[in-house]
Design a protein around this ligand. Structure first.
Ligand SMILES: [Zn+2]
Length: 90
């Protein structure tokens, strides 16, 4: 697991919000309130391969989780080093 600074968390949150459809509705309950877990975590692989680094949005209302590939979005490199620039407004 790699912790994110406040500035990095803010940048990741903005990145993810920019990917979501207008309204940003939770697919389970329809809420549009999300919080970001302030760390890059590793999602276990099923039967083969290495665990996948992910960032996780949690629906404030029903706690549904959305997992995003942290490598694919340029948040960490393949060694789990955080590489996303922090949000300068934080
Ligand atoms: Zn929800």
């Amino acid at each position: 697991m790699a912790d994110l600074t406040d500035a990095q968390s803010s940048a990741v949150y903005k990145l993810l919000m920019g990917l979501m459809k207008p309204g940003k509705a939770c697919p389970v309950c329809g809420s549009s309130a999300w919080i970001l877990v302030n760390a890059v975590m590793k999602k276990p692989a099923a039967d083969f391969g290495r665990p996948m680094p992910i960032v996780v949005l949690v629906c404030v209302n029903c706690k549904y989780n959305l997992d995003f590939s942290a490598v694919g979005l340029g948040i960490v490199d393949s060694s789990m080093n955080v590489i996303i620039p922090g949000d300068p407004s934080e």
